[in-house]
Design a protein around this ligand. Structure first.
Ligand SMILES: [Zn+2]
Length: 458
């Protein structure tokens, strides 16, 4: 529970402040969900005799991870082996046609539980029937940007619409002490008719909310946009006014040319880099180091359970590092501290909330995680000096299962590696029961539609 005043003491604080400072034998004082002091353990203990002391034995404390692109879902391991557009048409869109609101809500509970247990404190979720997602986020306590999968196109009349998106904004934006936020979503540029793009831009302006969509994910994506619009996707988004929202966050951005990178920089657009999804769907390797060199806010995202197949942001960190090195054929590409920043403060910056979360600094919200350090994979752990390896361990060694404690807004949501805010066993049982009927309904829809994958591909 959130006490008035709690003092978290850890051997190591990884602050992710502008200097990436690592503090030893230090403490963080939290009052009413906000970090009010950081300093040497003995000093803070002496100064705050009445604070509840939380001694994090054999743990390091760092900012919670920010998953900048995810989808709740129940299709883990059932949508395999196809490139992105075939995969969308064969497995994913038919699922959306038959999905029920109660299944969508259950998927969000499962997703947020998995995220919190593996150290994610803020999640961007693009999903369906998101009233249920909002209730799940409120119940489990995660900070969330809810982004409905909107389509405004006759071929996709089974999706969310700008009408349902607006209703969700009215009901949920800013709820749960500001932990729940609602942005305007769009599945993809191809899922909207031209006049809908103007309405998206108007909606973002009227409610002062952000905009999120997928862009430049595959070569097919870029080639088809060039055929339809005689321009590349980022140019089209700019022409249609979609980069002028209070915040714009684009997922993937794998196939970008230099001009598109310049446009992203000029509009201060955030990018959600999803290396595992990009590898699994054979989409390609994003130009992450080029974007970082232009000071573009690149965060990390897991994408959904069907693209990944888990929501472990530490795996995403490792994959981002490895993919960048492989792609550049340079073992020094993408520095480990840069990866740590992408998963924390850069992710916050991509969402426009870096003044609130993303680092352990006085005045920020207490969104923090404790990671066990007395494990073989974290040994040796060298916290300072010439042989410092802490950042390399965080990027290449730690796993989500090493998270001992997850705190959002000063509320302890995971303690001793166990979810405190919901019955995890019950969520897992319900999800297991739900998947078979969902897959069977999807198959029946595909049979009735009479379309084969080859026809769908045309
Ligand atoms: Zn996605």
């Amino acid at each position: 529970m959130c006490m008035n005043s709690s003092l978290y003491i850890a051997d190591t604080l990884v602050t992710m402040n502008p200097g990436n400072d690592v503090l030893c034998d230090s403490a963080v004082l939290v009052e009413r969900g906000v970090i009010v002091d950081i300093g040497p353990r003995d000093v803070l203990v002496g100064r705050n005799p009445h604070a509840e002391v939380v001694q994090l034995e054999n743990c390091l404390l760092m900012p919670g991870l920010i998953n900048t692109h995810c989808h709740s879902g129940l299709l883990r391991g059932t949508a395999e082996g196809l490139p992105v557009w075939d995969w969308l048409q064969q497995y994913i869109d038919p699922m959306h046609r038959v999905l029920l609101p109660e299944e969508a809500a259950l998927a969000s509970r499962l997703c947020y539980a998995e995220a919190l247990l593996s150290g994610t404190t803020t999640i961007v979720d693009m999903w369906r029937y998101m009233h249920g997602s909002a209730i799940a986020a409120k119940e489990l306590g995660i900070r969330s940007m809810l982004v409905p999968y909107v389509a405004e196109h006759p071929d996709h009349d089974y999706f969310e619409t700008l009408y349902t998106n607006e209703a969700l904004i009215k009901e949920w934006h800013g709820e749960a002490q500001g932990r729940i936020n609602v942005w305007v979503g769009l599945e993809h540029l191809f899922y909207a008719e031209p006049n809908a793009l103007t309405r998206i831009s108007d909606l973002c302006r009227d409610y002062q909310v952000g905009f999120h969509t997928h862009s430049n994910e595959s070569r097919f994506d870029v080639e088809t946009t060039l055929k339809r619009y005689s321009a590349r996707p980022i140019e089209v988004l700019e022409q249609k006014g979609l980069l002028a929202a209070p915040n714009t966050l684009l997922a993937h951005c794998v196939w970008l040319d230099d001009l598109e990178i310049e446009i992203l920089r000029n509009h201060n657009v955030g990018v959600a880099h999803n290396p595992i999804s990009n590898m699994k769907l054979a989409s390609g390797a994003a130009r992450v180091t080029d974007m970082l060199a232009k000071n573009i806010s690149v965060g990390l995202g897991t994408d959904g359970e069907k693209e990944n197949n888990n929501l472990d942001m530490f795996e995403e960190m490792k994959s981002a590092s490895l993919l960048a090195k492989l792609n550049a054929e340079d073992a020094a590409a993408l520095d480990a501290w840069d990866v740590c920043r992408m998963a924390t403060i850069n992710g916050a910056r991509a969402l426009g909330i870096d003044d609130e979360v993303g680092s352990l600094e006085v005045g920020k919200k207490a969104d923090m995680i404790a990671i066990r350090t007395n494990t073989p994979r974290m040994t040796p752990l060298i916290r300072s000096g010439k042989y410092l390896n802490l950042h390399h361990n965080l990027v290449h060694a730690v796993q989500g299962g090493d998270v001992a404690m997850t705190i959002v807004d000063g509320h302890v949501l995971v303690a001793d590696g166990k979810l405190q805010t919901a019955n995890l066993g019950e969520i897992i049982e319900e999800a297991c029961r739900a998947i078979q009927p969902l897959l069977e309904r999807r198959d029946r829809w595909i049979e009735r539609s009479g379309l084969s994958i080859n026809e769908l591909d045309q």
